[in-house]
Each structure stands twice: as structure tokens, then as C-alpha cells.
Design a protein around this ligand. Structure first.
Ligand code: NAG
Length: 241
């Protein structure tokens, strides 16, 4: 668990909360649809059916999508677990995500939530196979590096390389590490949802990486997290391996 070993100040609050909570805490969410469904409506039934489908479909491979019902009550959804997450932890995360999203976005037809271990999105609009440019947020480690120009360049290089390897990996996922100097290593992770083509995965990641100056200039760690792809880098290992 990332919070137990490291104490980046930016995540301190998150970590305290994280440890206090029973399950993992969400990183962020958006209730992106302004349309609401009513209780006991066909839309709600289709949403429940979709979530049940994702609980079984997603854990074995870490990714799945589906649609239930017919227009105008059709629900489309997907869930993605981080590439190294076990199928048990994946399942727990997807179930937590659906419960939490139901509480944070009650009755909303479209919503998305992210955790360290997974993300979950559903909508009445068809979105499978398309890059999500709308739902995105940044996180950063408030600690800064001493030599930002060189460091920023190293981060960009690492992530750009990972973008290329991820987009040619069937899991659209890649992690890597580079040595910065004798005592420090830089760790990176990139991942896309697997409804994207290889070239759209690369496109999505490259746009995210181009946002490094906005999110993460001189920061020891950072993430750009979207509905179709995300990256993270830190000066400590990010994934279990
Ligand atoms: C849906 O519900 C939200 C939260 O109660 C509200 O802000 C929004 O205006 C509603 N949308 C419509 C179209 O009624």
C-alpha cells in the first residue's frame, strides 16, 4: 500500500483518511451527466444489471465494458483495474466504486470514479471506443525537486517511452524505471482503457503527457488521470511487482 511507506506531504491528508477508512478512498469523481433517473425506473434496473455484469466480467482480465437495455434507457459502462492489481482486489475495487458512485452521484445517468486500484464509468451516452477528453484531473506530490529543468525532461522522456510500449502491449499498460543519479530512481506507469485502439491509446497518453507543465512542473511525483488513460510518476515504486 503506497501510503504506508512514503510520506509525500501532498498525499498526507489523503493517507490519513485512507487509513481511517475501511476500504480504499476514491481519488476523485465526476457526476458528469446532468440527466437524472428516478428510483425503480428501467434506467436504474439497467444500471444495476450493468454493474453486476462488470463485477464478473472485469476481475479476470482487469478490464471490461458492456451495455444493458435499449435506448432511451440504455446504460453503457466500463471498469479498468491497474495493470498489476490481482483479480480479487480488482473485484473489491469495482464493487466499492459502484457503491461509492451511487452515493456521490445519486440518480445521475452518467458518472465516473477513480481509485488507486481501479476506475468505473457509466453513462446513458455511448462512449465505448472513444477517447474521453472531458473527465480528467491532476494530482501532484507537493515536494519539489532541486533541478527542475533536467528532472522535468527525464519525466517526459520516461513517460513518452512508456506511452509507446503501452500502446503496443495488449494490456495497454506499461511501467518503467530510470536511474536519475546514484541515489535516486524515477518510476513511471501509464495505462489506457482497452476499448481504445493502440493508436488512440498513444494519442490519449501523449495528450496527457503534454499536460505535465500544467500539473507537475518540478514536482517529485504527479498524475494526469482521465476516463481513457492515465499516467503516474514518483521517486518511489508505484506498483507491486
Ligand atoms: C439532476 O439532479 C441534480 C442533483 O439533484 C440537479 O442539480 C440537476 O439539475 C438535475 N438535472 C435535471 C435535468 O433535472
Amino acid at each position: 500500500m503506497m501510503c504506508s511507506k512514503i510520506i509525500p506531504l501532498g498525499f498526507l491528508l489523503f493517507c490519513l483518511f485512507h487509513h481511517a477508512a475501511i476500504g480504499a478512498s476514491p481519488l476523485y469523481h465526476f457526476c458528469f451527466s446532468n440527466e437524472n433517473y428516478t428510483a425503480y425506473s428501467p434506467y436504474q434496473a439497467n444500471l444495476n444489471q450493468l454493474l453486476n455484469l462488470l463485477y464478473t466480467k472485469v476481475p479476470p482480465t482487469g478490464f471490461g465494458f458492456g451495455s444493458t437495455g435499449q435506448y432511451p434507457n440504455q446504460v453503457n459502462g466500463l471498469a479498468l483495474c491497474r495493470g498489476d492489481v490481482s483479480s480479487n482486489n480488482c473485484k473489491t475495487c469495482v464493487i466499492d466504486a459502484s457503491k461509492e458512485l451511487g452515493e456521490r452521484c445519486p440518480n445521475r445517468k452518467g458518472a465516473i470514479i477513480w481509485y488507486d486500484n481501479c476506475m468505473l464509468k457509466y453513462s446513458n451516452k455511448k462512449f465505448i471506443g472513444q477517447i474521453d477528453n472531458a473527465n480528467k484531473f491532476y494530482m501532484w506530490n507537493v515536494q519539489e525537486v532541486d533541478n527542475p529543468t533536467r528532472f522535468n525532461e527525464k519525466v517526459k522522456q520516461l513517460l513518452s517511452g512508456l506511452s509507446t510500449t503501452a500502446s503496443s502491449n495488449p494490456k495497454l499498460y506499461s511501467t518503467g524505471v530510470v536511474e536519475l543519479d546514484k541515489s535516486r530512481k524515477l518510476y513511471g506507469l501509464v495505462q489506457c482503457t482497452r476499448d481504445l485502439s493502440k493508436s488512440d491509446c498513444k494519442k490519449c497518453l501523449d495528450v496527457a503527457i503534454s499536460e505535465l507543465p500544467n500539473c507537475c512542473d518540478a514536482k517529485q511525483g504527479g498524475r494526469v488521470v482521465g476516463g481513457s488513460c492515465n499516467f503516474r510518476y514518483e521517486l518511489y515504486p508505484i506498483v507491486s511487482s
